[in-house]
Design a protein around this ligand. Structure first.
Ligand code: PLP
Length: 418
């Protein structure tokens, strides 16, 4: 397919310059980086913002009267406000910096199920509902929460194609449902569940609601203000930002119900030798020195996405996905997972008689980077009964030409391996 025949690639293609890592050859071929659901590349404006902070303003925050400390505090708090705006948080929301989605979801699951100053929110006999299409990061913490609290863990089962149905959720909800957790996009298949409707149903039933936005936040950013969502989590490294950064954003009243899990400096109000009282949000959940340059970089990543245009990025990655899914399905022996998932940047497939590991290795020999395996979503992969998959995932800098190289590489791998 001709690159220029596709809608709007020209502006986005120019942005490739802002990702110097893409300008290299791998095994003698230009790098086609199609592993963006695992980690996107970092944008130059993000690096510039982080370097600017480190070169001019680096100091510890919140506890210094000197100029650098004040500047660092301002930069950190400005990043918080910028990110709140990015996700459409209103005055009744608060945003806590974390090291990523996993960290944020653990803060919620354990913070609701472990007792602290108050009894835990989740009690023996309560119900936690988690969808069956989740990344392990939105499943294992809930398994632990159920174990520690004596609650029951119910799985909202997907159909044979990995799709969720809100009517199934309605049947599962009960007066004892304390939590419902779901992803905005399944990382293993690219399926986008009707999370808006499901969150509303769960909230109506009196449950706290959790949205894992890790795979949506770089192109289809859910506006939390418009959702029945108590907690939303995402990671910086999946949105052109720094690794080891992330966000837990949610309703202030819901965040206040979380028991802090990290005790120490900055999250306390007063301390005696035998006890302590804790600060207000957000500090209460941010014990210790935070990754200030990371927060600055994360806010710069959000600004970068907005400058490029969320709608434009979303349309581009969807078009790449659609092209890749159609092309892969046309290769004999290849089955695309969630073939109808049109709202994501992820395409996952299995190939008869060819192991994903071997496909991935052969693609790498041609400079095409994809991910293989169960994608930290083992229960979903087991449910689909297809075994490990090969996954290609797209970002704003990818081109239709790279999709063509993926398709040619898979076709060639099938010839060699079958
Ligand atoms: N949730 C989803 C849907 C993901 O795709 C991922 C990472 O792949 C995570 C959670 C975990 O993110 P992190 O490793 O940044 O904590």
């Amino acid at each position: 397919m001709d690159d220029t025949s596709q809608p709007n690639p020209t502006g986005l293609r120019a942005l490739r310059e802002l990702f110097p890592v893409l300008e290299q050859t791998i095994n003698g071929a230009p790098l086609a980086y199609l592993d963006n659901a695992a980690t996107t590349q970092i944008a130059q404006p993000v690096l510039d913002a982080m370097r600017g902070f480190e070169h001019r303003d680096r100091a510890n925050i919140h506890r210094g009267v000197h100029t650098l400390s004040q500047r660092a505090t301002d930069a950190f708090e400005r990043a918080r406000e910028d990110l709140k705006r990015y996700v459409g948080a209103g005055p009744s929301h608060e945003l806590v910096f974390t090291s990523g989605t996993t960290d944020a979801l653990n803060m919620v699951a354990l913070g609701l199920s472990i007792g602290g100053e108050r009894p835990p929110v989740i009690e023996p006999g309560d119900q936690i509902i988690v969808s069956g299409i989740e990344h392990h990061a939105n499943l294992v913490p809930w398994q632990q929460a159920a174990r520690r609290s004596g609650a029951t863990l119910s799985i909202l089962q997907p159909d044979a194609q990995g799709r969720l149905d809100a009517r199934d959720l309605a049947r599962l909800l009960s007066p004892r449902t304390r939590v419902f957790a779901v992803t905005a996009c399944a990382n293993a298949t690219g399926e986008r569940p009707p999370f808006e409707e499901m969150l509303a149903l769960a909230a109506e039933a009196g449950a706290l609601t959790v949205l894992d936005a890790a795979q949506a936040v770089s192109h289809e950013v859910p506006a939390i203000d418009a959702l029945a969502c108590d907690f939303m989590a995402f990671s910086g490294h999946k949105m052109y930002g720094p690794m080891g950064t992330g966000v837990l954003v949610g309703r202030r009243a819901a965040l206040e119900r979380l028991v802090p899990l990290r005790f120490g400096g900055d999250m306390v109000q007063w301390v005696t030798q035998t006890g302590a009282s804790f600060a207000e949000l957000p500090a209460r959940l941010e014990g210790g020195t935070p990754n200030v340059a990371g927060a600055v970089g994360l806010a710069a990543a959000a600004a970068f996405i907005d400058k490029v245009g969320r709608g434009e990025i979303d349309a581009h990655v969807r078009a790449l996905r659609a092209n890749a899914a159609a092309g892969l399905a046309a290769i004999e022996g290849v089955t695309v997972l969630s073939p109808e998932a049109s709202a994501s940047a992820i395409v996952s497939f299995v190939a008869q008689g060819a192991h994903p590991h071997d496909i991935g290795t052969l693609l790498d020999e041609q400079g095409v980077a994809v991910r293989t395996g169960h994608h930290c979503a083992q229960p979903l992969i087991d449910h689909l009964g297809l075994g490990p998959t090969t996954r290609a995932s797209f970002a704003l800098y990818n081109t239709h030409d790279e999709v063509e190289r993926l398709l040619a590489g898979v076709a060639r791998a099938m010839e060699v391996l079958r």
